[in-house]
Design a binder for this molecule. Structure first.
Ligand SMILES: [Zn+2]
Length: 385
């Protein structure tokens, strides 16, 4: 990464510059007037697993998916699931699912892209993702970050960093390294080896109530995002999005870099459809992501109603969509001995958003232009840094 000077004179007014006053410069920084000066001075790009691409190269983007695998074994301190015998089949079948998504797009809305939201050491294999990306026109953006304690224990690496002195700082350094140099290679000891495949998003998450380990991950994510410009994308568990947004912003994140995820069901912790709650998050300037479209409590009509509410409030530039599909999930994650029979293959349909949700939105009167803003323009904007 290019080195960045702490104080960029181009951000200061002529008077401040001529006065040469450090105090004036400091005030400008504190007021946020120079925020972008902390970012590298280069054209913004979307960082895919095959390298940076211009934002305009991305068509419709599914902002929260997993491909090809998720494996919780390390969270349960058991050996990771075997990949080798299934590797080829996983790649071929997942590429087929992504190609179906790509083929659902019109020429001007392609090639499609996905953000792969699997965080560090829960089945995130950088080389596997790069190999997948070579088999499909769909762009793949990978994530750094640690997951939460909602469905499994926190990763021991995150726990350890979270309780060390300046653990959030060390965690932020790890995220920055994964964004600017390359993601950790999970074949080996923690932090021993790194690939040259970079992350293009930071994934964080919370349980129904935010745990101390999750708080440390959020603070680290805000720092890493502030330093690199990389967007943060969140997992929520039946609410907690507003709390996440407030903590991330208090910790220095730019609201335009924050995506509050898994919206669309029980987001205020009480109601199945929490329309006022969504508006509160939108007014902070953060993105809201409806990223389980078509699943269980997240049927297309309901998701379309909630999105329509935000569009009616003038917030269509802050809405993102996806499915949260996992083509291969290892279900025997707590077993001490792992066989390839523990993999569960899901027939993931990556076209629900671009076909059924788009149709439901249209029926509610959301215009074709507004739908394109949600599917294409918003993701280009938020993923570029
Ligand atoms: Zn997910």
């Amino acid at each position: 990464m290019e080195s960045v000077s702490f104080l960029d004179r181009s951000c200061l007014s002529r008077r401040q510059f001529l006065a040469g006053s450090a105090a004036a410069a400091w005030t400008a920084l504190q007021l946020g007037a120079c925020r972008p000066s902390e970012r590298p001075h280069r054209a913004a790009a979307v960082q895919t697993v095959l390298g940076p691409v211009a934002p305009q190269a991305l068509g419709a983007t599914l902002m929260h998916e997993h491909a090809p695998t998720v494996d919780w074994s390390e969270l349960y301190a058991t050996p990771t699931a075997p990949l080798d015998t299934l590797r080829e089949r996983m790649l071929a079948e997942t590429a087929g699912m992504l190609n179906a998504f790509h083929q659902s797009l019109s020429a001007e809305d392609g090639p499609g892209a996905i953000v792969e939201c699997t965080p560090i050491r829960v089945g995130r294999y950088p080389q596997l993702m790069a190999d997948l990306a070579r088999r499909t026109p769909v762009h793949i953006v990978a994530s750094t970050g640690f997951w939460c304690e909602a469905l499994a224990p926190q990763h021991p690496w995150a726990v350890r960093l979270g309780i060390e002195p300046d653990g959030a700082g060390k965690m932020a350094d790890l995220f920055v390294r994964e964004i600017s140099e390359g993601m950790e290679d999970p074949h080996g000891g923690r932090g021993e080896r790194f690939t040259t495949i970079r992350a293009g998003a930071i994934k964080v998450g919370t349980s129904a109530l935010m745990r101390p380990s999750e708080k440390a991950v959020h603070i680290a994510a805000a720092r890493a995002s502030r330093q690199t410009g990389c967007p943060i994308t969140t997992h929520t568990t039946n609410g907690g999005g507003l709390e996440q947004a407030r903590l991330l912003l208090e910790s220095g994140a730019d609201p335009g870099r924050v995506i509050i995820g898994h919206q669309g069901h029980m987001d205020d912790g009480k109601n199945a459809e929490a329309v006022d709650y969504h508006l509160k998050i939108a007014r902070l300037g953060c993105y809201l992501q409806f990223d389980r479209v078509g699943a269980g409590n997240y049927d297309c009509e309901k998701q379309a109603r909630l999105i329509h509410n935000l569009v009616a409030g003038g917030f269509e530039r802050q809405v993102l969509v996806s499915h949260d599909h996992v083509p291969y999930f290892y279900r025997e994650f707590s077993a001490e001995t792992k066989g390839s029979g523990g993999w569960r293959k899901n027939q993931a349909d990556f076209t629900i958003v671009t076909t059924q949700l788009a149709a439901s939105l249209e029926q509610l009167g959301v215009s074709a232009n507004q739908i394109r803003t949600i599917l294409v323009e918003n993701s280009r904007r938020v993923l570029a840094f």
